[in-house]
Write a protein that binds this ligand. Structure first.
Ligand SMILES: O=c1ccn([C@H]2C[C@H](O)[C@@H](COP(=O)(O)O)O2)c(=O)[nH]1
Length: 169
């Protein structure tokens, strides 16, 4: 076989591709501070859902608050925004999530972790753990463990791959 007739050795491996897709999806978010992307794959390695942190459908981004601080918590984004994991879980077009894996650019908070568990997702691969010191993240790790869900930080198999973390701009 002549050189050049064989397959490309430096193709993007599957997991690097999925996390890169999650990072790209995060760029759809209108959150001015932290953009998060999530991608769900089934046991056959098909992508079945994607999502990013967003206001609920139909809730105008220009009306909803995107602030981190306000006169009270209801004046901030936190009670309203759907996490990337929540958006992906609700965006399956009917796919069954039991036994799926989720690739997410930010370690899921406790609300996202609840949904991940309830959806039957069995593995979480995350890019950033920037809020690891917050209590809700400790809670999240605790009940992911209790529920028997594997979670680990993403390690690119291709050391030269650079994924724009797309968080904390
Ligand atoms: O598991 C998570 C946790 C948070 N998010 C979203 C919710 C918000 O839009 C941002 C966090 O905003 P900060 O200003 O960094 O507090 O991220 C998520 O999608 N998934």
């Amino acid at each position: 076989m002549a050189s050049g007739d064989t397959w490309r050795a430096d193709y993007l491996v599957q997991e690097d591709y999925w996390m890169a897709m999650a990072a790209l999806t995060a760029k759809r978010s209108r959150d001015p501070k932290t953009q998060v992307g999530a991608l769900i794959v089934n046991q056959k390695n098909d992508i079945v859902a994607i999502g990013y942190n967003q206001m609920p459908k139909g809730c105008d981004d220009y009306v909803m608050p995107w602030k981190r601080e306000g006169k009270d918590k209801w004046d901030t984004k936190y009670p309203y925004v759907c996490s990337a994991a929540a958006a992906a879980i609700m965006n399956t077009n009917g796919a069954v999530l039991k036994g799926c894996n989720i690739y997410v650019t930010l370690f899921p908070d406790n609300e996202s972790a609840k949904l991940i568990i309830q959806a039957g997702i069995t593995k979480v691969v995350y890019l950033s753990d920037q809020y690891r010191d917050m209590e809700m993240m400790a809670a999240s790790k605790k009940f992911l463990e209790v529920a028997g869900i594997e979670f680990r930080q993403f390690q690119p198999r291709e050391p030269t791959i650079t994924i724009d973390l797309a968080v904390n701009n």
